[in-house]
Design a protein around this ligand. Structure first.
Ligand code: TXA
Ligand code: MG
Length: 348
């Protein structure tokens, strides 16, 4: 099949009164009802949405992103009643998490009832469901009256989009339209929690932290709890290259001195070096293009800036990007998960 080329409509609603009756929202919702794929902001990152009940509509998402077919999509809903349209049963702990964190940056994995298109769940017996907390996402989901499958609205493998411009950079001509609601807030994707086992498992760390979850349902597991087992539970998508800027990205665990030594070595070889630094250290580096992605003391700020920072090196003339590490506490776990996945090399 040839790639359909779209005009790609652009609806800017950033400063508009937003509800499901807004003209731009109605137009975007009608496109989704007509089985087109439309990008829209959520509180985490921009998503690329299509009717989750129709294989053809969902196929357009995979085509536009160049996404591998075995990576399932999250179904986005506007209200609690819609959970039952896609999930078979809602275990107690899932119900508690939904009550505590929805609308918000939490995706729960539940048993599927088979109503989602087969390419949404990639043939799994489970389905990921999320009720986003962003006025534009909520208005759009309410207006189209459908469960909407939506991965992050980036070209597969690239950093997730936190502005409409990031979406346009990756998907212009490949999608029906983009709703611009301004920059997103959280900046990293939702926490994906498998609620089908007795003890909930975090498959992907995200905006809601392990500590937040445990305050509601008690101990939860993470992938590292399964290190010694042959079969690790995971989100299928986590095995692919992700979040990568164009230049190789080396994540460096050392201090300012070790990183500066590496810059000097590369500089001598004639390489142009970028550094993704904490605010605390940004001014200390020499012979490099340095970008600050926030303070080690404010990991929410780092999460908010991380993808923009990774992408911004694509506009710089650099051969290699060196990245500082951040503490893995709170939302820092999600930040480090993304940096480790973006890295072509981790230097200890
Ligand atoms: O914040 C977010 O979650 C954003 C916004 C747009 O809502 N969406 C997002 O979608 O990050 P995506 O497709 O980029 O990531 C979905 C992740 C993947 O790692 C996928 O493998 C996992 O969720 N996932 C989806 N359904 C699953 C299932 N049934 N079982 C296990 N993992 C699942
Ligand atoms: Mg993604």
């Amino acid at each position: 099949m040839t790639d359909k080329q779209y005009e790609t409509k652009y609806w800017n609603v950033e400063h508009e009164q937003i509800d499901e009756h807004n003209e731009h929202i109605k137009e975007a919702a009608a496109a989704i009802q007509h089985q087109e794929a439309v990008a829209f902001p959520t509180e985490t990152v921009y998503g690329l949405g299509a009717d989750a009940t129709t294989t053809e509509a969902v196929h357009k998402i995979f085509q536009a992103k160049g996404r591998p077919g075995d990576n399932p999509l999250i179904v986005h809903i506007a209200n609690l009643q819609q959970v039952e349209t896609v999930a078979e049963e809602i275990p107690d702990q899932a119900r508690k998490l939904m009550d505590a964190f929805w609308p918000g940056s939490l995706t729960v994995i539940l048993k599927s009832n088979g109503a989602s298109a087969e390419n949404v769940t990639a043939g799994l017996s489970t389905v990921g469901v999320r009720m986003p907390d962003h006025p534009v996402a909520r208005a759009l989901l309410t207006a189209c009256k459908l469960p909407v499958a939506a991965p992050s609205a980036n070209q597969s493998g690239r950093p997730s989009p936190t502005t409409a411009q990031h979406v346009l950079d990756d998907l212009t001509g490949k999608v029906y339209g983009v709703v611009d609601g301004g920059p997103t807030g959280v900046g990293v994707e939702s926490t994906v929690v498998d609620c089908t086992a007795e003890t909930a498992v975090i498959l992907r760390p995200g905006g809601v932290t392990k500590e937040d979850l445990e305050a509601v349902i008690g101990p939860v597991k993470t992938a590292s709890d399964f290190k010694n087992e042959r079969k690790q539970p995971k989100a299928p998508g986590m095995k692919y290259t992700h979040y990568a800027p164009n230049a190789p990205f080396w994540l460096m665990e050392g201090n300012v001195n070790t990183i500066q030594n590496e810059i000097n070595r590369l500089h001598k070889e004639g390489k142009r070096v970028g550094v993704m630094a904490s605010e605390e250290h940004a001014e200390q580096y020499q012979h490099a293009v340095v970008k600050s992605c926030g303070s080690k003391e404010d990991l929410k700020e780092v999460a908010h800036k991380i993808y923009h920072c990774l992408r911004s090196f694509n506009n710089e003339d650099v051969d290699i990007i060196l990245g500082e590490t951040f503490p893995k506490e709170g939302v820092g776990a999600a930040v480090m998960n993304r940096l480790e996945k973006a890295a072509t090399k981790v230097m200890k």
